[in-house]
Design a protein. Structure first.
Length: 278
């Protein structure tokens, strides 16, 4: 037998449904950070991390994502990842498809890696007008200059952290052919390192890589083949000066991040990969 609800109960339920429908989705369904590490398979809820005894407020003087001073509630990465000593590469996957593969030695340096946590009730500013913020989880560095941390090694909107082998081990198609009689060989090898540090978070090459945010840089063609070099250099330095659209996500790489020598090396690597494409 079904009994009619008391009018007060009906009113209470109606008010409750209105309240729930007006709550932000991420407040009702709290964000979770997934860890896939040796001996450590976990899902860490945002609310629990905010209550962790090692979580505190830190200040980042020149945040590369927000381009200003920012303060965050954050927890040291070492308080989340139990053992950083044996890590070869830590992979950070973001909700938008960005994938940062960061060498383990960087986390063992003096750069001081922290995970900033966005409170559900106090969201951070949007990264772009009407866009999402860097939350709910964002890798930040207190002393980035102590490890040579690049802007591409500040992944935001992180959903998962895992321990992986280096990209060139998992994707040998990223490796240039060894041409001992080529005077550019050393520049090409240095350019490979620049590709891994600056480009591989968004781009694949020869189908190799983890990211899918930007196009493959060698298939079907290489940008050194379809861009005049002056414009390719300008595109890397300031993308919007060459082509711009509202959904563009490529950042510019100023000389503080990518020196002229570094850029020369990167282009040497890309040209070599275009020549050896099969």
């Amino acid at each position: 037998m079904r009994f009619p609800l008391h009018p007060c109960a009906v009113l209470f339920l109606s008010l409750l449904m209105c309240l729930l429908s007006s709550m932000p989705a991420h407040a009702a369904d709290d964000a979770v950070l997934t860890l896939a590490l040796p001996g450590q398979q976990q899902k860490l809820a945002r609310a629990n991390l905010l209550r962790h005894p090692e979580t505190k407020v830190i200040t980042i003087p020149d945040d590369p994502s927000y381009r200003r001073t920012m303060s965050y509630q954050a927890i040291p990465l070492s308080a989340i990842v139990r053992d950083l000593r044996g890590i070869d590469t830590l992979q950070f996957r973001s909700a938008d498809g960005f994938v940062a593969n960061i060498p383990g030695e960087l986390f063992r340096s003096a750069a001081q890696a922290w995970i900033a946590i966005e409170p559900a009730t106090r969201p951070w500013p949007p990264l772009k007008e009407d866009g999402p913020s860097a939350g709910a989880f964002y890798l930040v560095w207190l002393q980035p200059e102590q490890g040579g941390v690049s802007p591409e090694q500040w992944p935001f909107q992180i959903v998962a952290i895992s321990n992986v082998a280096a990209l060139t081990v998992r994707y040998p198609q990223l490796l240039p052919d060894a041409l001992e009689d080529d005077p550019q060989q050393q520049a090409v090898q240095r350019g490979l390192r620049q590709f891994l540090a600056q480009c591989a978070s968004c781009h694949r090459l020869n189908g190799g890589g983890d990211a899918a945010l930007g196009p493959d840089l060698n298939l079907p063609f290489n940008p050194t083949e379809y861009f005049h070099e002056d414009f390719l250099r300008r595109l890397i330095r300031e993308p919007a000066a060459v082509r711009a659209w509202p959904q563009s996500a490529m950042p510019g790489f100023g000389e503080a991040v990518l020196s002229e020598t570094d850029l020369d090396d990167l282009l040497a690597y890309l040209r070599q990969m275009a020549r050896q494409r099969k």
